[in-house]
Design a protein around this ligand. Structure first.
Ligand code: DAH
Length: 362
């Protein structure tokens, strides 16, 4: 093969590459050029017939050709890829300002629990809380011990815990019985001050008209140097007014006991029953909606905080119960029955995103 042949072949191949105007054609050119039986590979077969001193120059020439053709192929491939992507982007453009059309989007429903979680999150986010998360499968330490609930504490029985089998070291994992372990996990990983809520699923071995083995809670935690019970009361009052969308809520703070808070309180809201409807903010009856208190010094110590320097408050509320109260759902069990008729009745439109500006639920 002469030099001119090389040049001629290279010219032909580069032209074919430049002319390929889609990826399939380009792949055909690649096979013709560099494939096992392609034109460049065929050249190499002539190598054996050459004198030893000619071989080196010939080999180098073939390799140089191969490299240039490869480079041209991959550059062309990039260009074609890009062109194809731009074409797709242009043709698949969606105008998100258009109103939804009737169809699957307007048929689907958001579960009341998801909606209420979003409402609660929106309200606390507006007060400067951020969202924290923890695992559903917890260590005994995070679910109990670190929260000042030692091994022999009766609260462990009250929680009807689902335990996993013992591990080799004798410890047992649990399905978390409340969202309070997220307090511990957050404090372990964050320096104070902090202000978080933690929404999530919790599990207890309990099932009747008002209890299901899995339900939902939102935990709240505020830690800094100056936070006191006045702040706790204000936050919960502001939350209830925003959540129930009323100007005033009657609230009653009842002394209670939780191992992880001192003092501890349960909070009731005043309501009136008119027919089947529950009206929050009116009447003389009381409904318990959450537990709260000032974080126990032992809990602070367990996460390495100094109780002489920082303090704060915590609260925990049942989301399912808050949903039932606000949206007049009398029974808890259909929440988890996946009955489409129930979902259609109580569910929310996909675009009903809660915002405070509109009043969370309107
Ligand atoms: N973890 C408690 C429960 O599930 C609820 C609770 C009470 C959470 C008081 C708190 C708190 O953070 O301060 O019953």
């Amino acid at each position: 093969m002469t030099t001119t042949n090389f040049e001629q072949l290279e010219k032909e191949l580069l032209e074919a590459i430049a002319a390929a105007d889609d990826l399939v054609t380009l792949e055909d050119v690649r096979v013709i050029a560099l494939g096992k039986k392609g034109r460049v590979s065929e050249l190499m077969k002539g190598l054996g017939a050459l004198e030893p001193e000619e071989r080196k120059a010939f080999g180098q020439a073939v390799n140089g050709l191969k490299e240039r053709v490869s480079a041209a192929l991959s550059a062309r491939k990039d260009t074609l890829h890009e062109a194809e992507l731009s074409k797709r982007l242009a043709s698949e453009q969606a105008d998100i300002t258009l109103p939804p059309r009737p169809g699957s989007l307007s048929e689907g429903r958001v579960h009341p629990v998801s909606q209420v979680m979003d409402e609660i999150t929106e309200i606390f986010a507006d007060m400067g809380f951020s969202i924290a998360e923890g695992p559903d499968i917890e260590t005994d330490y995070h679910n109990f011990t670190a929260l000042n609930i030692p091994e022999e504490h009766p609260a462990r029985q009250e929680h009807d815990t689902f335990y996993f089998n013992e591990r080799e070291d004798g410890s047992r994992l649990v399905l978390r019985t409340h969202t309070s372990p997220v307090q511990i996990r957050t404090m372990e990983n964050t320096e104070p001050p902090l202000r978080i809520i933690a929404p999530g699923r919790v599990y207890r071995c309990d099932s009747d008209q008002t209890h299901t083995p899995m339900f939902h809670q939102v935990e709240g935690l505020v830690i800094d140097e100056v936070t006191h019970m006045g702040h706790l009361k204000w936050v919960l009052d502001a939350f209830c007014r925003a959540y129930f969308e009323v100007d005033e809520v009657k609230m009653r703070f009842r002394a209670s006991h939780f191992p992880f808070t001192e003092p501890s309180m349960e909070v009731d809201v005043g309501y009136a029953k008119v027919g089947d409807e529950i009206r929050i903010g009116e009447g003389d009856d009381w409904l318990e909606i959450l537990g709260c208190g000032m974080v126990h010094p032992n809990v602070l110590r367990n996460v390495g905080y100094d109780p002489a320097k920082v303090q704060g408050f915590a609260f925990g509320m049942g989301v399912d119960r808050l949903a039932m109260l606000k949206y007049g759902m009398p029974d808890l069990r259909p929440f988890f029955a996946a009955d489409l008729r129930w979902l259609k009745h109580y569910g929310f439109g996909v675009l009903d995103v809660p915002t405070l500006a509109r009043g969370v639920s309107s």
